[in-house]
Structure formats: structure tokens, C-alpha cells
Design a protein around this ligand. Structure first.
Ligand SMILES: [Zn+2]
Length: 298
């Protein structure tokens, strides 16, 4: 049995910060957006948060070897990547499009083997997958040996739209930038994503904790302890000691993720504060349009 804490949300909702803090728990390993492992890691050799490429990161190399050993007779990386592209990434706007049972089974098995490899190498009991897409929920819930716990992370639509329009460096010291999206597109994706997460949580009877991002950044310690209690994840003094004060956190455990926000490269001690720039900097007309799109039920 593998225990997976799945962060379900939209991009720019604070999942990288959340998983970094949670991964200070001695039994939790943060994996980042794991559905991109084969594309960004195995195929493109992108840079890990430890600042070396995937193929030079000793943790990922051990995980890769363990994974390939488990699935060698069943799938090759190109096939895995194709499955993820056609049945997860590009299915987003067609969620009702049904995946054939045998493909669903393959996908669940592929993720299960990746999770097992990560837990074997890290020696921990829980893994965080912050893939965020709701479309993975029915796939993971299908596997009898995946004990799935879901964090439904919600950040205000306006803050997410503001962040996607901002110019942001992808990797420190380079001139590579994060992609940017128009606020209307962000609002539509935001709405559909949260609707799907709520629907799957209910229909599949998932153990889900709704976390409001603003509550987390205002009271990190309190909200994380509530979350751990709700998801039945035990913790002791080792985890509590990471909080130097209520919002200053010591981040010093091993952290190796190959995708995510630039905050994945920050180290050691950080102060968690709400980023409310959008309230002052976003034009009023945009806020009104976003409110209309995001608040009206579909
Ligand atoms: Zn690494």
C-alpha cells in the first residue's frame, strides 16, 4: 500500500510552498508535479530543485532505476508519455470523454509504480503529488493499493489570474520565464478545475481536506496542523520545531522536484506572508469580469 497526499488545484495556487513546508515532516516526501516526471525528467532532463539536471540528481537516478526495474516488461517511456498527454493533459476541456478501462488500468499502475519507487528511495511513508489536475483523481482512486488523501487547495480566482499574467523568472540566474496566460483563460480553467475536484471528491468518496490558501499563509502552523489531523497523518515535535514563529519556517530537509514554481529553489528560512498585490494593482474592470466568471455557477 502506498500513501499519497494529492494536491488538487490550479497552477499558481501556492502548491509549491505548501508541499515544501509539508515535506519538512520526517515521514513526508514531496514529489512535485509527478505527472510531468516522464516528460520533464526522463525525456527532457530538466533541472531539479537541487540545481542539477534530472540525470545528475542522485535521488532521481535511484528513483528512475527503481521505476524502470518495476515496469521494464510492461511499458516504455514514450508510451507512458503519450498516455499522459492524450488522457490527462489534453483531456482537460473534455472531462466527460471516457478513458478505456485498459488504459485507465495502465495509468493507475504506472503512477503506483512511480510512487512505490519514490517511497523506496526516500524511506518515507507518505508522498505528496502536487500534479494538481483533477483528472488524475479517478485514475488514482481506481488502484486498490493507493491510499489516497486529497488536499483541495483554493486560492482566490483574482490572485491566480494576476499571478499568471505576471512576468516571472523560471530558473534563478537564467533568462527563462514561466509561461503567461490571459486572465479570461485562467478564470475559465480555475472554475472548471474546482468544479471537477469537488465533483470527484464527492462521487468517488475521497478523503479530502479543503484548504484555503489565504488561511494557510495567514496562519501556516495552525492550518497545517488542522490539515494533518483531518487527513489522519500523525506528527510530533520534529515537525512542530520547523516553525520558528507562527509564520517563520525552517526549510532544511532534502527537496528534489523537477517542476513547479521558482520557490522550489529557495532554501532554509522563509517568512510566509499573504501576497495581496493583486488587490492594489489589478484594474477594477478586470476584477469585475473575474468575479462574474468565477462566481456564477455552471
Ligand atoms: Zn535533485
Amino acid at each position: 500500500m502506498v500513501s499519497v497526499i494529492y494536491i488538487a488545484s490550479t497552477g499558481r495556487s501556492g502548491s509549491t510552498l505548501l508541499e515544501r513546508v509539508l515535506s519538512q515532516h520526517p515521514q513526508i516526501w514531496a514529489g512535485g508535479e509527478l505527472y510531468l516526471t516522464w516528460y520533464r525528467g526522463f525525456m527532457r532532463n530538466e533541472i531539479c530543485s537541487c540545481m542539477v539536471p534530472f540525470n545528475d540528481c542522485e535521488y532521481w537516478q535511484k528513483i528512475k532505476a527503481s521505476f524502470l526495474r518495476r515496469v521494464a516488461q510492461k511499458y516504455d517511456i514514450r508510451y507512458i508519455n503519450e498516455l499522459i498527454y492524450s488522457h490527462i493533459r489534453y483531456r482537460f476541456f473534455y472531462p466527460k470523454f471516457r478513458i478505456k478501462d485498459e488504459i485507465l488500468k495502465d495509468l493507475a499502475d504506472i503512477f503506483y509504480n512511480l510512487y512505490e519507487s519514490i517511497l523506496e528511495v526516500s524511506g518515507r511513508n507518505y508522498i505528496i503529488d502536487s500534479s494538481k489536475t483533477p483528472l488524475l483523481l479517478p485514475i488514482l482512486a481506481k488502484h486498490k493499493k493507493i491510499n489516497l488523501k486529497v488536499i483541495h487547495l483554493i486560492r482566490e480566482c483574482e490572485a491566480v489570474a494576476y499571478s499568471w499574467e505576471k512576468r516571472k523568472i523560471k530558473i534563478p540566474g537564467t533568462n527563462r520565464f514561466m509561461p503567461r496566460y490571459n486572465f479570461i483563460k485562467t478564470a475559465l480553467v480555475w472554475k472548471l478545475t474546482h468544479k471537477l475536484i469537488s465533483k470527484y471528491s464527492k462521487d468517488l468518496n475521497l478523503k479530502t481536506y479543503k484548504l484555503n490558501y489565504l488561511d494557510f499563509v495567514r496562519k501556516p502552523k495552525e492550518s497545517l496542523l488542522n490539515l494533518l489531523n483531518h487527513l489522519d497523518i500523525p506528527y510530533d515535535d520534529t515537525f512542530l520545531k520547523i516553525f520558528i514563529s507562527s509564520n517563520i519556517v525552517n526549510l532544511n530537509s532534502e527537496y528534489h522536484i523537477i517542476s513547479g514554481n521558482p520557490i522550489r529553489f529557495q532554501k532554509k528560512i522563509i517568512k510566509i506572508t499573504p501576497d495581496l498585490d493583486w488587490i492594489y494593482k489589478m484594474p477594477k474592470w478586470k476584477k469585475i469580469i473575474l468575479k462574474i466568471i468565477c462566481k456564477i455557477p455552471i
